[in-house]
Design a protein around this ligand. Sequence first.
Ligand code: GDP
Length: 295
Amino acid sequence: MFDNLSDKLDKAFHILKGHGKITDVNVADTLKEVRRALLDADVNFKIAKDFTTRVRDKAIGENVLTTLQPGQLMVKLVKDELTELMGGDATGVNLSGNPSVILMSGLQGSGKTTFSGKLANFLKTKKNKKPLLVACDIYRPAAINQLHVVGEQIGVEVYSEEGNRNPVEIAQNAIKHAKANGFNVVIVDTAGRLAVDEEMMDEIARVHQAIQPQETLFVVDAMTGQDAVNTAKAFNDRLNFDGVILTKLDGDTRGGAAISIKSVVDKPIKFIGTGEKMEAIDVFYPSRMAERILG
Ligand code: GDP
């Protein structure tokens, strides 16, 4: 995961580790390399620039030049800053409702349906919950079918209504069904489009308004880099979602989305998807991710 970024950051610190006497020029060069590494990982220019400015200020504040191991101190400062940038402490999903309603949003292909299944499986096996999956994609019968396949695989019931073209109604009926049948979590999988469009936004905003979910999650493909960040912003402007799910972190992603998204929408990344299988879900811990990036 993020091998390229890790390599480049490692090389950046070589500058500091290689010198007998460290000068402020060495520190500046290191930070320049750190910034370049972030830009190469597809982190937005301003975020990368602010990042290195903050690290530089801290390095000055801690008198990095007079410490015994300036290289190690700089690694620590960068690690702390990365952790902060990716979200500080980990936060779970809000399961306080009865049932707790979780609305999934995101573009088509982002991994929404797969993640809905993974989350249902996670809540069932790890949190002892009885989840209900709800198919609200009225445009693609294949999507509804896909959710049924997922549900069968993990032993979770899937609620769908053949022929009903009203996602608000389907979601509301599903919640009634959950209440009547002892389901304590309802995960609503919604329709996505290939790009953000007003019609889709209106539709999911209507569903959101009608069911008042405890948790609205935005699912995004980490491989899409800065596009992921722009899409997140568009969805957040409309839905004011509670958290981000980054999928496909097992792929050849450069890491920019993971690093930037929190600072753009100010919402935590809650889970990551690391594969197509139902078990390929991890709670997102910013500090662990920073640890991994910096080795
Ligand atoms: P949706 O249109 O948003 O519901 O997206 P899907 O759940 O259908 O996922 C789109 C494709 O991405 C499918 O082929 C999934 O198997 C794949 N996929 C979803 N999550 C992950 C993941 O974390 N890693 C990988 N490698 N593939 C994933």
